[in-house]
Unconditional design. Structure first.
Ligand SMILES: NC(=O)C1=CN([C@@H]2O[C@H](COP(=O)(O)OP(=O)(O)OC[C@H]3O[C@@H](n4cnc5c(N)ncnc54)[C@H](OP(=O)(O)O)[C@@H]3O)[C@@H](O)[C@H]2O)[C@H](O)CC1
Ligand SMILES: [K+]
Length: 534
């Protein structure tokens, strides 16, 4: 698992070490230089004579970059450092000059900006040491100008690029961000202004949340964490599950297991208008290893489900997790406005009953509360307060509607710009765990946040959300009681489901388009690969 800490936690961890004279910057800059050398060697072969441009800001981030530049110059690379502020890291500059590096005082001669941009565009490697964890707001003055101009000049980059960097030809410089890509919101992943998209981010002590969270996560390239000896206690601000975490906690059945110990998923999904959602959700739950799947819906849709998955039962009975809402009309805004298009085929009533049972509010229900996945039309069926074992799975539009229905004056672009903040707000307002779907899926539960970036862009396709709901339903059913007893566990399981779903999409058709049903069919193979390695 990657655990990310806020800038203030990293500073607090640095303080005692700095007071004790531990050479943190030496450690950081040496490791940084090592990674740059390795990357340049991999791309170019011989490193001697390779051209490196170092963009250095006012603080210690610039210091790291200048010291790394000194190491590189000492190895025979041609290093030019560009100082953007009158204040700069004096020992770093001195070290670089001693090692034979050249310094351009851009702050003293802004007219040389175009020459700097030209040199940067022709470099083999570009080190972005403008600001690190000391960043406040969008890049200002010369730092902003230089990033804007270089981004415009370097093929394949735009100043506000938030799409993954396309693989570029040998001509463009390899961009290495020092600690973080300068200008991102270190704690929240915001992209408030120009940012130079990196090919690699070498980060010190621990990942920062902004490296995991959208939209900034698309600008980091590969993230390399360098251990400089910091001790970070306390809970991280954001986490990212890795395959090994999911493998370790997967409930692999043993000889004593039966369908009820493995978990029964109750699915309220689909209508005559959207029968496919019912097929996709139930198929995904079956394929993710549910002990049994019960479909609750109209007879006609039930027939379509059974034709696709004869393992599914349509009779009422015991359920260990509910999935309510895929392909069901309505949603937060419709419910808020009291709208009902009358085409829900009785799914609203079944969904309400499922959620009441899941919350433990249904008189005469045996077995007590169970987890629930609440998707699409199910989001309009929620009570004012939900338990944390309810996992809401909106996309940005649905989250916006949910927040607005609860009095927040927010628009979809706000949610897309600050997904962690708004998923967190929805968690506060509802009490439920919130999984916000997107290229990076953000999950917020009590005291925990996850950011998962496991799927290809191809996964943005109709029905993919229904498959995720089914996979998550099966995973929650398998750990039903535990999820109800441990408030933060639903978020971990939801993040794990996002990982399985994303990786299954890669597996379904590596590098190409995927259809939702293909993702569901790839799920068992992905699970086998995950648990086979443990
Ligand atoms: N302390 C250590 O020994 C280690 C530090 N590491 C590295 O240090 C940075 C954090 O360094 P710090 O000096 O605290 O902060 P920064 O370098 O990130 O930023 C400093 C100055 O940058 C200016 N600034 C801030 N925001 C902006 C902006 N939006 N646009 C332009 N400039 C900005 C500001 O200067 P002013 O003079 O303008 O006020 C800041 O003071 C950390 O990220 C590591 O890289 C290593 O970890 C090793 C140990
Ligand atoms: K930086």
């Amino acid at each position: 698992m990657l655990s990310a800490w806020n800038a203030s936690d990293v500073r607090a961890a640095e303080e005692p070490l700095l007071a004790a004279g531990v050479p943190l910057m030496e450690r950081a800059s040496f490791a940084l230089a090592t990674h740059v050398l390795r990357d340049v060697a991999a791309r170019r072969g011989p490193v001697r004579g390779a051209r490196v441009v170092v963009l250095a800001g006012a603080g210690n981030n610039g210091g790291d970059a200048l010291h790394a530049g000194a190491v590189l110059a000492g190895r025979g690379l041609a290093v030019t450092a560009v100082l953007v502020a009158e204040r700069f890291h004096v020992p770093g500059r001195a070290a670089l000059e001693r090692a034979g590096g050249r310094v351009v005082e851009l702050f003293a001669a802004p007219a040389v900006l175009s020459a700097v941009v030209e040199e940067a565009a022709r470099a083999d490697a570009l080190l972005d040491g403008l600001v690190g964890i000391g960043a406040r707001g969008p890049l200002r003055s010369l730092a902003g100008d230089v990033v804007g101009a270089i981004s415009g000049a370097v093929e394949g980059r735009t100043a506000l690029e938030i799409a993954p960097t396309p693989s570029r030809g040998g001509a463009a410089p390899w961009v290495v961000a020092v600690d973080v890509p300068s200008g991102i919101g270190v704690d929240d992943g915001a992209v408030p202004g120009p940012v130079l998209a990196a090919d690699r981010t070498v980060t010190f002590g621990a990942p920062k949340p902004g490296l995991l969270l959208p939209p900034a996560a698309a600008l980091t390239g590969e993230v390399t964490v360098v251990d400089i000896g910091l001790r970070l206690d306390g809970p991280p601000a954001a986490r990212q599950l890795e395959p090994v975490d999911v493998a370790r906690s997967w409930p692999v059945p043993g000889p004593a297991d039966h369908k009820y110990t493995r978990g029964v998923v109750g699915v309220v999904a689909g209508t005559a208008t959207y029968p496919g959602a019912a097929v996709l959700t139930t198929t995904a739950a079956v394929r993710a290893g549910a002990g049994m799947v019960r479909y609750r819906g109209s007879e006609a849709v039930g027939r379509a489900v059974l034709a696709a998955r004869p393992e599914v039962v349509t009779a009422a009975g015991r359920v260990q997790s509910w999935v309510v809402g895929p392909g069901v009309p309505g949603g937060p805004e419709a419910a808020h406005a009291g709208e009902d298009d009358g085409a829900d085929d009785g799914q609203h009533e079944r969904g309400r009953a499922g959620l009441a049972a899941a919350a433990g509010r249904l008189a005469g229900t045996a077995g007590g509360p169970v987890p629930a996945v609440v998707d699409a039309g199910g989001l309009g069926l929620l009570d004012d307060a939900s338990p944390p074992w309810f996992v809401l799975t909106p996309h940005a539009g649905e989250l916006t509607a949910l927040l607005r229905s609860r009095g927040e004056d927010v628009r979809r672009p706000d949610v897309e710009a600050e997904p962690l903040r708004w998923a967190g707000r929805a968690h506060e307002l509802t009490g439920a765990t919130v999984l916000l779907k997107g290229g990076v899926t953000v999950v917020v539960g009590p005291g925990v946040a996850y950011a998962q970036a496991d799927g290809p862009g191809w996964l943005a396709t109709a029905g993919a959300g229904d498959v995720l709901a089914g996979v998550l339903g099966a995973m929650l059913a398998a750990r039903s009681r535990e999820v109800v007893e441990r408030p933060a566990l639903a978020a971990e399981v939801a993040a794990a489901a996002a990982l399985v779903h994303g990786r299954a999409a890669h597996r379904a058709n590596p590098g190409g388009p995927v259809a939702a049903l293909d993702v569901a069919h790839a799920v068992p193979h992905e699970i086998a690969a995950l648990v086979g390695g443990r």
